[in-house]
Design a protein around this ligand. Structure first.
Ligand code: DQA
Length: 158
């Protein structure tokens, strides 16, 4: 039992990630969002983190979830999907998470750097605590572990 035991972490997935399993399985794998949700919850539980997984195709809704994370002091794992490459609105909202002293881990299932040129720019990376790419669903596990590590370090400083 740690002081952060049971802390909520929100795992936010951007557009088209509701199509996991049917969308380009060679790139994103054969498992769907429901499988990802169950895995994230189990990984979180093992780390003492209460994980909530969300997905939206709507930029405003994803931005709203960043605001809520700030107001409720909730660490964030985000796969911004295509918003990664052009959404300054989401970048500004994600920056507020970091400014509030909360970890924000950026995850990509594929390795965008190895794909089309437009995927090489992330407007989210500059405001993320860290970025994990190319590890499939396992990247979310690594991101949750990073958050647990950061919270534990902070706890040591209190
Ligand atoms: C993605 C990569 C993005 O370029 C793409 O638009 C996605 C998914 C990934 O998880 O690899 O929708 O974020």
């Amino acid at each position: 039992m740690t002081a952060y035991d049971g802390v909520g972490v929100v795992v936010v997935n951007g557009p088209n990630l509701g199509r996991l399993g049917v969308r380009e399985p060679d790139v994103y794998g054969h498992q769907d969002l429901q499988a990802l949700t169950l895995e994230c919850r189990a990984w979180g539980e093992a780390l003492g983190l209460k994980v909530e997984v969300r997905q939206s195709d709507d930029e405003g809704e994803v931005i709203g979830w960043m605001h809520r994370a700030v107001d409720e002091r909730t660490p964030v794992v985000i796969n911004p999907a295509a918003f990664t490459h052009y959404s300054y609105g989401l970048a500004d909202a994600a920056a507020q998470v970091g400014d509030a002293g909360l970890p924000l881990m950026e995850v990509h299932i594929s390795n965008p750097a190895s794909r089309e040129a437009f995927r090489r720019l992330s407007v989210i990376s500059p405001v993320a605590t860290g970025t994990i790419t190319g590890m499939g669903f396992y990247g979310y596990k690594l991101a949750l572990e990073a958050i647990a590590h950061i919270l534990k370090e902070k706890e040591g400083m209190d």
